[in-house]
Design a protein around this ligand. Sequence first.
Ligand code: ZN
Length: 174
Amino acid sequence: MNYCPRCATPLEERDHSGRLRPTCGGCGFVYYRDPKVAVAVLTGVDGRILLACRNHDPGMGLWTFPSGYVDAGEPVEAAARREALEETGAEIELDRLMGVRSEAGNPVVLIVYTGFIRGGTLAPGTEATAVGLFGLHELPPLAFPHDEALIRAWAGLQEFPGVAAADRHHHSTR
Ligand SMILES: [Zn+2]
């Protein structure tokens, strides 16, 4: 935001309690930058991860799992299902929350779910050129620095389903 939305005066960075915020010298308006909420979903079949090849920057021509920004007023879970359907054609159901990632200086808060495919037909949507299922040892070039770690964490959750089920049972009987 470069101009005051109230009076159109150019905004200037001013200190407010130790943080610089765009401020209007005319009317005193202060612009508070909100975080941007994004959602990602890791899903697949038999330990192979569902990825789409991006047709736009950042990461054009590289692969990543379905992700995107959550619309204001849209439930995060619905956004996850929407992005998966839009980008890959997969109808998914969410399984569990894998984690929430954020970093200093980056406005994006990424909420990561795991899910499973319950229908649909895999086909690239308008934001992808191709979709595919990939094993851990055949991953294509990935779009973002955190992608491989997340995929490996997801694969770890898939690898020993019997142990995980036994572990859950153990905890539930305490
Ligand atoms: Zn103003």
